[in-house]
Write a protein that binds this ligand. Structure first.
Ligand SMILES: [Zn+2]
Length: 623
């Protein structure tokens, strides 16, 4: 029996693995943990888990539940959903157990070779990092479902799924266990189990192969609304485009879980992804484009972050936060490429690509990354690497002041990726691009190795053949404004602010300017409430607070629904006194209306590109 160290830190574990490999190359693989998961009453949102834990020769077995899941950098306390924990011997006799940490259970084995732990997990969170169980289907995430021995020993983990009556299938990225028993899967190790969501239900499944490799699109909840065949055809086009980008498919089989309902979002895994979208999303062009971008994004992670990863992101410590400065590479570069891949796959037009992200909740217009970044006051407060490092306490814990103090590593990361792409293209006279940087980085650092931020930067500089240290220092470590001139010149792009002045046509374009305070409001219980106050606005300067209830301007009451209409009655420069209620006391705030800032950062193709610019665009947008 091998004496196993306690799980102290990933590096200790890593060393231990090397040492045991060297010391005992012929050692027998550790005994597997064997789970069965059942849904005796799925309408109550519970999954029942039985875990059979090898315990031979051990006085105690300590089990742990992750507190977070890779790809989503927030401590989620999965143990909080666990109930009815019990431990027994295989003969059914009870074993003593106690809690040793918020996410650990310690069982006295009393000499048994196998501990049978049972518990149930409540799952009614429609999100890609949590469990959902109801009468129709279950979507289980490994970190939220499976306890494992806390000793850190690498061992297989087997799962047998018992679908509820009426559920025809279980589907997961895990390989089927040898012997071909239905609903029986095996993960080579705990990381693989955590990385392999498990679905059970009765979905619409579309299968296609690319280079002989099978792919499944699993649509849960099509409901006669979602266009399944079309979505499968377009997912296949995205797979082909990304395979062409990277040059290979790094898995034997891939599953797209597409859960259609009220929620949105996606989470990447090594050979699967969980997507959530509205079942109406195939019905309108903007929402369908947003879904295609999501597919391209999560699938791009198959390479970028699941295999080519920042060195800090593996092996995973499931019990503590893991900080890295490089999420701008993992998420920002992926965000840069998601829409670009959709464009290169021919699934959107150049005009749609240039328009930017389709409107999302609370927005009524498309917006490109440049405009969103340049209108976020927090870009001048937080650097890109800080944004990445602090994601656990900032990006994943946003509040009403976030726009003022933070910049998203998705957003600024995507813009920096664009600038880097253009820089490499220009430095190599179009011979190379960021695509080559990603492929070279993959060939060097994919797998267990990981890259440091310096290694990634050196790889980029090597492909560009020029010194990029000043570019990276400014872009990653400072809050200096980014310089778009070089990229725009190379690709023949221009911003609205750079367009030649158009003379207004009398009577047509001469609309009186509207007053603007820069407040974001919401209506709550019929009351008009301030929901966000951005820096660099009249409202911020006048001292409006989030939570203020706006009652009137001057001596006139403003019905909650009339706010935007009433503002139209004012002009830039008008001074007014706004009556508010703050913590149930009346108060007046003096404020001067300003003119809403022009949309300077709307970008388009210059109408008269040079031949060189035309060629550069074609290479970039894949026309
Ligand atoms: Zn992502």
């Amino acid at each position: 029996m091998t004496r196993t160290p306690r799980r102290t830190s990933p590096s200790t574990l890593f060393l231990w693995c090397i040492m045991t490999t060297i010391a005992a190359p012929a050692a027998r693989a550790a005994e597997p943990v064997r789970y069965s998961v059942r849904f005796p009453a799925p309408q109550t949102h519970y999954v029942e888990v039985e875990a059979r834990i090898p315990a031979a020769g051990q006085a105690e077995v300590e089990l742990m539940m992750p507190v977070w899941t890779p790809g989503s950098y927030l401590v989620r306390e999965y143990a909080g959903k666990v109930e009815d924990f019990a431990a027994k011997k295989p003969d059914g006799s009870a074993l003593e157990w106690s809690r040793s940490r918020k996410n650990r259970w310690k069982v006295a084995t009393a000499g048994t070779d196998e501990v049978v732990a049972t518990y149930r997990v409540y799952g009614r969170s429609m999100s890609v990092q949590a469990n959902w169980i109801d009468a129709s289907f279950a979507m289980l995430q490994g970190a939220a479902t499976f306890m494992t021995p806390a000793d850190g020993v690498a061992r297989p983990h087997e799962v047998v799924v018992d679908p509820a009556p009426g559920w025809k299938r279980s589907i997961t990225g895990l390989p089927a266990a040898p012997g071909g028993k239905p609903h029986h899967y095996v993960a080579a190790d705990y990381d693989t189990l955590v990385d392999s969501p498990i679905y059970a239900g009765d979905p619409a499944v579309y299968e296609f192969t690319v280079d002989g490799v099978p792919h499944l699109l699993v649509n849960e909840g099509e409901g006669g609304v979602w266009d399944g065949p079309r979505s499968a055809k377009d997912v296949e086009a995205i797979v082909r485009a990304e395979k062409a980008f990277w040059g290979h498919l790094p898995y034997d089989r891939y599953v797209f879980f597409n859960i259609l309902g009220e929620a949105g979002g996606g989470l990447e895994h090594k050979n699967s992804t969980v997507l959530m979208a509205s079942r109406w999303a195939t019905r309108t062009r903007p929402s369908y484009l947003a879904w295609l971008n999501l597919v391209a994004h999560e699938f791009f992670h198959t390479w970028n972050v699941k295999r080519l990863r920042p060195v800090e992101l593996g092996p995973f410590d499931y019990e503590n936060e893991v900080h890295t400065p490089s999420l701008w590479i993992a998420e920002g570069i992926t965000s840069y490429y998601d829409r670009l891949i959709v464009r290169r796959a021919g699934l959107c037009s150049v005009a749609e690509y240039m328009a930017g992200d389709p409107p999302s909740a609370g927005e009524d217009r498309t917006i490109n990354d440049f405009e969103r970044l340049q209108t976020t006051p927090g870009r001048l407060v937080q650097s890109l690497e800080d944004s990445s490092y602090d994601t656990w306490i900032k990006f994943y814990r946003r509040d009403e002041n976030t726009a003022n103090t933070q910049v998203s590593y998705y957003l600024k990361g995507a813009v920096v990726a664009f600038l880097l792409d253009a820089k490499v293209r220009k430095a190599t006279d179009g011979a190379k691009s960021l695509d080559d940087v990603m492929r070279l980085a993959y060939s060097r650092y994919a797998g267990d190795k990981g890259f440091t931020t310096e290694e990634f930067q050196r790889t980029a500089a090597e492909v560009a053949g020029v010194d990029l240290s000043d570019f990276f220092r400014r872009a990653l470590k400072t809050t200096d404004e980014l310089d778009y001139a070089e990229a725009c010149d190379w690709l023949g792009l221009r911003f609205a602010k750079d367009k030649p002045e158009k003379k207004p046509e009398p009577g047509k374009d001469e609309k009186p300017a509207k007053g603007w305070l820069g407040l974001t409001t919401k209506v709550e219980d019929g009351r008009l409430i301030v929901s966000q106050v951005r820096r660099e606005t009249p409202a911020f300067d006048a001292g409006f607070n989030v939570g203020d209830e706006i009652l009137g301007i001057g001596e006139d009451r403003i019905p909650a629904g009339q706010w935007s209409k009433r503002q139209e009655a004012f002009r830039p420069g008008d001074k007014v006194s706004v009556l508010i209620a703050r913590r149930d006391r009346f108060q007046r705030l003096d404020v001067t209306f300003a003119q809403e800032p022009a949309r300077d950062w709307v970008v388009d193709l210059t109408p008269d590109p040079t031949d060189a610019q035309k060629a550069h665009r074609k290479a970039w947008l894949g026309e």
